[in-house]
Design a protein around this ligand. Structure first.
Ligand code: FES
Ligand SMILES: [Fe+2]
Length: 441
């Protein structure tokens, strides 16, 4: 294995292209990033009642997320400990137990091995205990409806993992009484991109929007919304490699881009209440031009409220899983408008997603060339330095147009990749108190 630290110069912003192509590096990412980090697995609204389940991936590990009879959410490997067969083939549903197709072992909603055909064969097997052979389980924790899991016993708690990024997340997750929910269904598509290109796009790349999304999207970006970006009235914030770039001027710019006046009307009507609830900054962040990514591969957009996972499938491919989140309290009609708006823009047939996907695919596949992949990529843009005593939490840069959040994403990537265990992975300090409206500026 090459010297990993030579691949990333986060201070200068120079990234080695092999991190987007090399299979050895990718295999190490599965072990050192995806098997360690807290990964998003479901929204609580997807597994509301006992028996509700969804299947997903943590890295390339297939997992089941199920609400148990005990009302707790359990996350476990979707692989039978007998001979390894997949235990559940459905994407989502309601079930009493998971029975393996191969020899019929049956597992509870909590992953416990409950029984098997010809039980007596094992009754006479010395030392065999059913408790030893349940589905392998992950640690599970939620933040305001978002369910995360990790396979690392030594990982810090989810609150520490998210740190001050929770303050920013509340701009969407704590927007109204009653919380939020995912609209039913998961949109799945495959893209021939390394997973880090979409992640770094969402963590801090508004720069591309000024060009990539100009042409074809003109009718959508025109009169109601648009991506007018001004470095005086916008920010980038990063905490533990999670990042959000956002405008505090162009209120509802993202939301308006969906082209539905009713949505913008609704958000405007809620602005005052939002401001009272969460303060000026977050009231603006709710729908303004911006994008975010929770390290490593869980991204979302204010306004559109599309939430998406870039599930790695080898170094050159992802499966993109996407959902639309809405405040639970809004009317069914408005929920439907959001669903259509998000589909129109960010779905496999969505005008903005198609623009992006093509770029990420070509950025990835170019590295098939032996000479091409020896070259470096330029993440150097730094018109403004990090703010010293920002009123905002985390590492803050004034101005959305900056590669800062992306450099910090790759810094985080290297910290995970170099660490032998979690004790070697630093966490940004948590500001106290991290209370609602603590920052009202
Ligand atoms: S592989 Fe599952 S029961 Fe044998
Ligand atoms: Fe984009």
């Amino acid at each position: 294995m090459q010297d990993l630290s030579a691949l990333i110069d986060h201070e200068k912003g120079i990234i080695d292209r092999r991190v987007f192509w090399d299979d050895t590096i990718y295999q190490l990412e599965l072990e050192r990033i995806f098997a360690r980090a807290w990964l998003f697995v479901a929204h609580e609204s997807q597994v509301k009642d006992p028996g509700d389940f969804v299947t997903t991936y943590m890295g390339e590990d297939a997992v089941i997320v199920a609400r148990g009879k005990d009302k707790n959410i359990h996350v476990m490997l979707n692989s039978c400990p007998h001979r390894g067969n997949r235990v559940c083939f459905a994407g989502e549903g309601k079930i009493r137990s998971f029975v393996c197709n191969y020899h019929g072992w049956a597992f509870g909603l909590d992953g416990a091995l409950n029984g098997m055909p010809n039980n007596e064969l094992y009754d006479h097997t010395p030392g065999f205990k059913k408790e030893d052979w349940g589905l392998h389980k992950a640690r599970v924790a939620s933040y305001r409806g978002l369910v995360f899991a990790t396979f690392a016993p030594d990982a810090p708690g989810l609150d520490d993992y998210l740190g001050d990024f929770r303050w920013y997340l509340d701009a969407i997750l704590d927007c109204a009484d009653g919380g939020t929910e995912f609209l039913p269904g998961t949109t799945r598509s495959a893209l021939k991109t390394n997973w880090k290109f979409p992640a770094d796009n969402f963590v801090g790349d508004i720069y591309h929007a000024l060009w990539t999304h100009l042409g074809g999207a003109e009718p959508t970006l025109g009169p109601f919304g648009g991506v007018k970006v001004d470095n005086d009235t916008s920010y980038q914030a990063s905490v533990n490699g999670h990042g959000w770039e956002f405008s505090v001027q162009n209120n509802f710019g993202n939301a308006a881009t969906m082209g539905d006046r009713e949505i913008v009307r609704y958000m405007r009507s809620e602005y005052e209440a939002m401001e009272k609830r969460l303060g000026k900054v977050r009231a603006k962040m709710w729908g303004s031009v911006g994008s975010a990514n929770i390290f490593p591969n869980f991204a979302f957009l204010p306004g559109y409220f599309t939430f998406r996972l870039f599930q790695p499938k080898g170094p050159h491919e992802i499966e993109l899983h996407a959902w639309t989140l809405v405040p639970s309290a809004v009317s069914d009609e408005l929920k439907d408008r959001w669903r259509i708006g998000a589909m129109r823009t960010f779905s496999p047939g969505g005008i903005l997603e198609m623009d992006d996907g093509e770029n990420w695919e070509h950025a990835t596949t170019a590295n098939a060339g032996a000479i091409t992949r020896q070259q470096k990529l330029c993440y150097t843009m730094a018109p403004r330095a990090q703010e010293k005593d920002s009123v905002l939490p985390g590492r803050v840069h004034h101005g959305q147009l900056n590669d800062a959040n992306q450099r910090l994403f790759y810094k985080r990537w290297l910290e995970f990749m170099m660490a032998e265990d979690w004790s070697q992975i630093p966490l940004d300090p948590i500001s106290k108190p991290l209370s609602q409206g603590a920052i009202t500026w």
